[in-house]
Design a protein around this ligand. Sequence first.
Ligand code: PMP
Length: 458
Amino acid sequence: MLSNLATRDVETLIHPYTNLAAFRQTGPLVLERGHGVWVYDTDGRPYLEGMAGLWCTALGYSNEELVEAAREQMSRLPFTHLFSGRSHDPAIELAETLKELAPIPVSKVFFTSSGSEANDTQVKLTWYLNNALGRPQKKKIIGRHKGYHGVTVASASLTGLTANHADWDLPLPGFLHAACPHHYRGAEAGETEEAYSARLATELEEMILREGPETVAAFIAEPVMGAGGAIVPPKGYFAAIEPVLARYDVRFIADEVICGFGRLGTWFGSEALGMKPHSLSFAKALTSAYMPLGGVTVDETLYQAMQDQSRKIGTFGHGTTYSGHPVASAVALKTIEIYRRDKIIEGAAEKAPHFQRRLSALEEHPLVGEAKGMGLIGGLEIVADKATKRQYDPKAGVAARCVAFAQEEGLIVRFLTGDRVAVCPPLVIRPDEIDTLFDRLGTALDRTQAWIREQGLT
Ligand code: PMP
């Protein structure tokens, strides 16, 4: 029986990323309040938020300084925009701060309200750049299978997941997908991580040559893949990929929407993985998700081209009402101040070995084929046979069942395609809470194993 609130929900809301048919029976988990890394449902039951919401609430659920920063800005100037040269001090200061923090040369910053909009902006700026440079045929963009870059029409085209393409008439023409760099699944028997990386780079080069380098404009990648499975690239992957991109003058865009702001124990994931992209997309932990805000960095070459294009065609015709919203910008500034002052990112780096030890210990579990991560993010894969890596029938929904058991145990984690389970807690999680997280995940796996036996799954 669904509660009153749950019934009202089922009758009124369309939920993102939800099996809308099954949802009519299960109903929602309605959360009411949060404290630290914990969230509480309407019955007062606590859950350890092992996903930081959607990979984003880095400072947890009760940061009063962020609340105060929003309140102060709201009472001073709740809104003004950045169109037609209008400006406000939080956006100016935030852009300056991001230029300082970015691990690559940045000329300017463009703000959006979400990660999808940030990546849509990347696509449009790439096209705009090549129009400005007088090479209008160089427009194709390469993402990767299982890459996740959002759901708006262009960002969903960058995304490499079936659910975002089938029935949506996507990807748009001109969007290609290179292989997913997942050693556990993609490597040949005995192939080292380095050899696998070299092969993926060769395959990427072959793709570019097949398409015609004069038609390929950009390549986008998350440092560690998030929604596609919490997948860490093999050793040497970006070092092998980058020279290929440089050889054919292909812009390299790092989607830092999850990895940016400390997730891998560095300010940006690009630093942890030694990437040297031309541009970064960011969102999520920029405000610890207390306000929606995203954006992209613009390098000097792109900025000069944008100026030239403006000279030719007039106004720079892109931007949304809430690009660089003053309240969101003020919250972002406070978030970054706290990251710096409280050494949150150094703290994440310190806690990472413990987190990763507890994660990789789950590989001992009979159901777990792979348990791997980096910093404070990790993914595990449930398999039917560890020796052959054979999986259960996807229709059985084994990882979804594991996540449901975890929820009953008071832990929120997320299942992803390919029977994977992701963990990505707030950066402020304490070591003892890391233990609670993995103890509960272990129990959920045990219960999943018992359930598999009961169901007679093989
Ligand atoms: N890029 C990455 C790497 C993401 O993880 C996400 C969201 N999970 C997005 C882009 C899209 O961001 P949003 O949901 O804010 O549009």
